[in-house]
Design a protein around this ligand. Structure first.
Ligand SMILES: Nc1ncnc2c1ncn2[C@@H]1O[C@H](COP(=O)(O)OP(=O)(O)O)[C@@H](O)[C@H]1O
Ligand SMILES: [Mg+2]
Length: 309
């Protein structure tokens, strides 16, 4: 297989209602990466995933999964992907074991009970294998969805909002499991509107808004490029206001007048700080301590989405 796990070419989707959910989406996913597709509710994340997994038809464009066209080579493409859907979709009367076994069979894979056993064990579901789905807690049902998606050993796993409404402990377990899958070479694409998750987990981040991909970047370079930095000066005593002669600088008083916060671009870091310190010295503003902070992905995201409207 090539380095490209998934190739999305000029996907356009207009629903029957006439609503255009995706416009000219181009995206290439590398084998083995964790890719986070980040966007607000209604951005088109689920629509895009559904098209890739063959659940929804695109109006135009095409998707290649491991080189196979998701339409003309549906079976080959489909068996390479596993989907953990946003909504719970399980037969409540089936047992956990029957659910995963059936799912594996759906994709034409030969039975492999040893694999399914290790899968259920890795998701802490082995002791529940004979329980009916309806007897499980919400967290367990989520894990069954993951087991179901992995039952046929897909190369690419989609997780659509995997932690929406999930408690903190389960979230942690989920991330540990996802990292484990990545270590085994599974390509992972997750959608989320929780920015901190993308920040923690992803190798690359795509931002989607109103059906358009706004950017695709390596996480670290994204943070560096777009991340504004702040210099925070702690003052010896609170101030009501700043000298008027500093009005041209991007400065604000925060924490009840105890902190002076200066915004500057990463690129012009050196000169920016030096200028500030010289100007403060000129007007006799003293400080006790200083440190810098990098803006979070959240700040970046808000500025991107905000700018689009
Ligand atoms: N079957 C459908 N018919 C018409 N509009 C739809 C349908 N499914 C989704 N949409 C609309 O498409 C947009 C994108 O939805 P979706 O892909 O679910 O977004 P996300 O997963 O990012 O929240 C939304 O405005 C949604 O209302
Ligand atoms: Mg969605």
């Amino acid at each position: 297989m090539s380095d490209t796990a998934l190739d999305i070419q000029q996907i356009h989707k207009t629903y029957k209602s006439g609503f255009t959910a995706l416009e000219n989406v181009n995206l290439s996913i590398r084998a083995g990466e964790i890719f986070a597709l980040l966007g607000p509710n209604g951005a088109g994340k689920t629509t895009l995933i559904s098209i890739i997994c063959g659940i929804v038809n695109a109006s135009s464009g095409r998707v290649l999964v491991g080189g196979f066209d998701s339409r003309s080579s549906y079976r080959e493409a489909r068996q390479r992907v596993g989907l953990v859907p946003q909504e719970l979709s399980l037969s409540m009367f089936e047992s956990v074991w029957a659910t995963v076994r059936f799912s594996r069979g759906l994709y034409g894979k030969a039975p492999n009970d040893a694999y399914l056993e290790s899968l259920l064990k890795s998701l802490s579901l082995w002791d529940k294998k004979d329980s009916r789905i309806m007897a499980l807690s919400g967290g367990m049902k989520r894990r069954v969805l993951i087991a179901k998606a992995l039952a046929h050993e897909p190369e690419i796993l989609f997780l659509d909002e995997p932690t929406a409404g999930v408690d903190v402990a389960l979230r942690q377990d989920m991330w540990a499991m996802i990292r484990g899958l990545k270590a085994r070479g599974v390509t992972i694409i997750l959608t989320t509107h929780y920015i901190d998750e993308a920040e923690d987990m992803a190798d690359r981040i795509g931002v989607i808004n109103e059906g358009k991909i706004m950017l695709v970047e390596d996480k670290h370079s994204l943070m560096q490029k777009l991340g504004r930095r702040q210099l925070i000066l702690t003052l010896p005593e609170p101030r009501d206001r700043l000298p008027d002669s500093l009005a041209d600088l991007d400065l604000s008083l925060e924490e009840g007048g105890m902190q002076l916060v200066y915004q500057f671009d990463s690129q012009s870091e050196g000169s920016g700080i030096r200028t500030l310190l010289r100007r403060l010295d000129e007007v006799g503003v003293e400080f006790r301590d200083l440190h810098t902070e990098q803006s979070s992905l959240e700040d970046i995201f808000v500025s991107l989405i905000g700018g689009a409207k």
